[in-house]
Design a protein. Structure first.
Length: 351
């Protein structure tokens, strides 16, 4: 006689649903339920379907601790958050973390956050997570030249992927990055198509790898169009007031358009223009970078370059899982292009 597919009594209200309870309800052995979760190929299709339906009906969730013991996988990905200066925000990294969490969740993983200050102190957090939580791997961001994290993790055989290049001659590990030079190159192409020839660049201080990359795209496009760059580049820390002061000499020199390394720097340029009684949608074109939430709400709306952060999150998880599955595979590096979001801040020079 076949075993009943329903249990004689429902699980106690408020109590956790166990694997044994699912087995009783489905009329199978606990091992069959375990196989449905971890080795479905061992079951006949009709049995697998019945067990899965029962799991869904009862809301059963496997114990994470039991899964870790069985598979030696914690299903946790470590991500270190670096502090931001008081009074500032990091909308790009916030959006990346959201995208990363979604991609990890779709793959059956969770992102475990921890404080990771710049410099060697950040290694302590990684070491504690490996010892105390047995994370399966790490996602790194805010990578910089001679960053110690990649080499430290690689020597210990810990899977990791970087959101950002290593910016050094000796490349270690997998990474995903956004091609900032391609973005600012595209911004210059847009401005020259409108008729601009005096195109300035407002960037971060030299030595910032991401900032230098974005400056290189501007220089490359200017050389290609045989446009002068001398006296058309200024630098500022990523703060509105500092950017306003840095943009003033560029405007004094007659720039009809400014490509900025970030939306914050672009906003500083807005302020510099308004101090002169000028406007971005009438007198000088302005292009930002990052497509921050404020870009669309500025008046005029800011033309800017949007980073494909959802794709970055997906690629980070894909590369990390591939590294877990095959630790000796050749490193993989993915460079994604930003997209130009056109708004009202880039008029033609005779507008």
């Amino acid at each position: 006689m076949p075993r009943s597919t329903t249990s004689s009594s429902p699980p106690a209200k408020g109590g956790p649903v166990t694997l044994a309870m699912v087995a009783r309800r489905a009329g199978v052995s606990p091992q069959t339920v375990s196989n449905a979760l971890n080795a479905p190929d061992l079951l006949r299709p009709e049995t697998l379907e019945r067990v899965r339906r029962t799991i869904d009906e009862m809301g059963y969730r496997p114990s994470r601790a039991a899964q870790t013991l069985r598979t030696r996988s914690s299903k946790l990905i470590g991500y270190g958050i670096r502090p931001t200066p008081a009074g500032t925000t990091s909308p790009v990294m916030d959006r990346f973390l959201h995208a990363l969490s979604q991609a990890a969740d779709a793959a059956g993983y969770r992102v475990l956050l921890f404080a990771s200050p710049p410099g060697g102190a950040s290694l302590k957090g990684h070491e504690e997570l490996l010892d105390q939580h047995d994370v399966d791997g790490f996602v790194l961001s805010d990578t910089e030249r001679n960053d110690p994290r990649q080499t430290w993790l690689a020597k210990r055989g810990v899977p990791f992927v970087g959101f950002g290049r290593m910016w050094s001659k000796r490349q270690v590990g997998d990474w995903v990055d956004v091609d900032g030079a391609s973005g600012t190159d595209a911004a210059v192409e847009h401005l020259t198509a409108l008729g601009h020839r005096r195109i300035a660049f407002l960037g971060w201080p030299r030595g910032s790898e991401v900032g230098d990359d974005r400056a290189e795209g501007w220089q490359r496009a200017m050389r290609r169009h045989e446009l002068p760059t001398r006296g058309r580049r200024a630098q500022s820390i990523d703060a509105v007031d500092a950017a306003r002061a840095a943009a003033t000499p560029l405007l004094d020199a007659g720039a009809t358009a400014v490509v900025a390394a970030s939306d914050t720097l672009a906003l500083g340029c807005y302020h510099a223009l308004r101090e002169r009684g000028a406007a971005p949608d009438r007198d000088v074109a302005v292009v930002g970078f990052d497509d921050s939430p404020t870009a669309a709400f500025l008046a005029p709306g800011l033309t800017t370059l949007a980073q494909p952060l959802e794709a970055v999150g997906r690629e980070c998880v894909r590369l990390l899982l591939a590294r877990m599955a095959n630790p000796t595979a050749p490193p993989e590096r993915v460079l994604l292009e930003p997209s130009l979001v056109l708004r009202d801040s880039t008029p033609a020079p005779d507008a």
